[in-house]
Design a protein around this ligand. Structure first.
Ligand code: HEC
Length: 469
């Protein structure tokens, strides 16, 4: 990484052609891949956002020799046999070098020879625009009952970005295969978040509603219902679709079997859309429903009616609220439920494995004591976390956007607004950019929660930090 000089690039490329150097060719190619990007120049002020810790550089930038390196890599790729091509492509992938030629080649390789499917799917999982000819490959991988958990979760991630009419079915199949794979927690979590967050669910919500009501015993029905619950609570999908999906759930709720399935699924996903109904079903006269409700309530930390009688935060002065949550001993699992119910997870992550969305809270209690932590939730404007100042952008087409910067690299800025929606902006489209004094984090998030619930939220956040150490 300290050899970004044209002589070095020249030397590496000339040795690629040297038959005497064939044994070190993989190393020459690795070095060239590594030299394609360089660390972006530090402009003397703080970074626009937190650094990207996936490596090999904190902020990728190209330099004078990048194009030449890419040309050499493409030539190599064009003449390489299948094995070498697959190796080179995975090295390019690792160094986050984007190339359509490489993508095309690996898709062709995988279409001909199933042993390259893993490499192809892992490439496809990382790109935004899935080429049409890759879709059959992804569908095949997703429907393969013997595929590894990694391939399943990556094929879900890839399919989630397509609009193909068969993609939904393939994703549901992959979700149930993945769910039954032992010891694959990480892949299950990744697959689940790609599936539940995908735009495809929105596009094909009618199909999803149909599958969710059919053959309730089939594994696909469970995941179709999971998709509906996720959509019911998702923001920014338009009021019409939200209403449509919610009606489908209401309709399903009328049937005892479907109600049990919905409650079990909500519990599995820690989805809080049905909380009020689950609470009301805990004393249902149908014992199957009452049992399912009680078990879901335990998992979702829903109190039985009348169980929590501490004051609502919104009814207290800020001083009183602080005083009461400081000394109240809550419940960590309830806190996790509150974190999801209060929509904190739409802007914050708590695990390093998740794609960064906003300030990372997995170690926040190492920075803040309980009282300051409570204050930063009750009054977000009091202090603004470094790297997450509110940016105001006035675009050349007249649009105005306010949000915090999630990612800034090259010519693009990714902004997340107050509704947690992401916007990809080309820097050249920005007319004016300033930072504001106020936080994007909304005030009053805790108003409808009780002292016990907020204290539990603090316990949960504090506990995350103690896990970290
Ligand atoms: C719409 C997005 C959004 C939501 C929803 C949101 N936050 Fe935030 N939060 C932010 C942003 C942006 C910052 C950084 C600016 C600041 O410090 O106010 C922040 C900062 C914080 C901080 C201080 C972090 C630091 O490093 O100083 C804490 C703690 C926090 N949020 C907790 C929460 C909790 C708990 C919830 C749910 C009750 C929540 N947030 C909901 C966007 C959000």
């Amino acid at each position: 990484m300290r050899m970004h000089e044209s002589d070095v690039v020249e030397g590496l490329i000339s040795r690629l052609q040297d038959p005497g150097k064939i044994s070190i060719k993989p190393h020459l190619l690795s070095a060239l891949c590594r030299l394609y990007h360089q660390e972006a120049e530090w402009k003397g002020d703080s970074w626009g956002t937190r650094p990207d810790t996936r490596g090999p550089y904190y902020q990728l930038d190209t330099w004078g020799q990048s194009e030449r390196i890419l040309e050499a890599l493409k030539q190599e790729l064009a003449s390489a046999g299948p094995e070498q091509a697959a190796l080179l492509i995975s090295e390019m992938n690792r160094n986050r070098i984007q190339s359509n030629e490489a993508l095309e080649r690996i898709i062709d390789l995988a279409t001909e020879d199933a042993s390259h499917v893993g490499a192809a799917v892992s490439q496809l999982a990382a790109i935004d625009d899935i080429p049409a000819k890759a879709v059959p490959l992804l569908i095949k991988a997703a429907k393969n009952p013997l595929a590894s958990p990694a391939v399943l979760s990556q094929s879900i991630a890839g399919l989630a970005r397509t609009r193909h009419s068969s993609a939904l079915n393939a994703m549901l199949t992959a979700m149930s295969t993945l769910q039954n794979a032992e010891g694959s927690d990480k892949e299950q979590a990744a697959g689940r978040s790609a599936f539940l967050g995908s735009a495809l669910l929105v596009d094909q919500h009618e199909q999803l509603e149909k599958l969710a009501a059919e053959d309730l015993k089939s594994p696909a029905a469970k995941w179709a219902n999971a998709g509906l619950l996720a959509l019911a609570g998702r923001k920014n999908i338009g009021p019409e679709i939200t209403t449509h999906v919610r009606k489908a759930i209401d309709l399903g709720w009328q049937e005892a079997d479907r109600r049990v399935l919905l409650m079990n699924t909500a519990a599995l996903l820690r989805n809080h859309y049905l909380d009020a109904r689950i609470q009301a079903s805990m004393n249902d006269f149908d014992p199957d429903i009452a049992d399912a409700a009680k078990s879901a309530a335990r998992r979702l930390r829903i109190p039985a009616p009348g169980e929590d009688n501490t004051s609502k935060i919104g009814d207290l002065t800020p001083e009183k609220a602080l005083e009461q949550v400081a000394s109240f001993k809550g419940d960590i699992a309830l806190g996790e439920a509150v974190f999801l119910r209060a929509a904190c997870a739409t802007c914050h992550t708590v695990s390093q494995d998740q794609k960064q969305k906003g300030p990372y809270l997995g170690n926040i209690a190492n920075t803040y004591r309980r009282n300051d932590l409570a204050l930063s939730i009750l009054d977000p404007n009091k202090t603004i976390a470094q790297g997450f100042a509110t940016n105001f952008l006035h675009l050349k087409d007249g649009r105005e956007l306010t949000g915090f910067v999630v990612n800034e690299a090259g010519d693009q800025v990714v902004l997340r607004d107050i509704l947690a929606q992401e916007h990809n902006i080309e820097k050249r489209d920005i007319q004016e950019r300033r930072t504001l004094e106020t936080s994007i984090m909304p005030e009053g998030l805790m108003a409808g929660f009780s002292v016990k619930e907020m204290a539990s939220l603090l316990d949960y956040l504090e506990n995350l930090s103690s896990d970290d150490e």
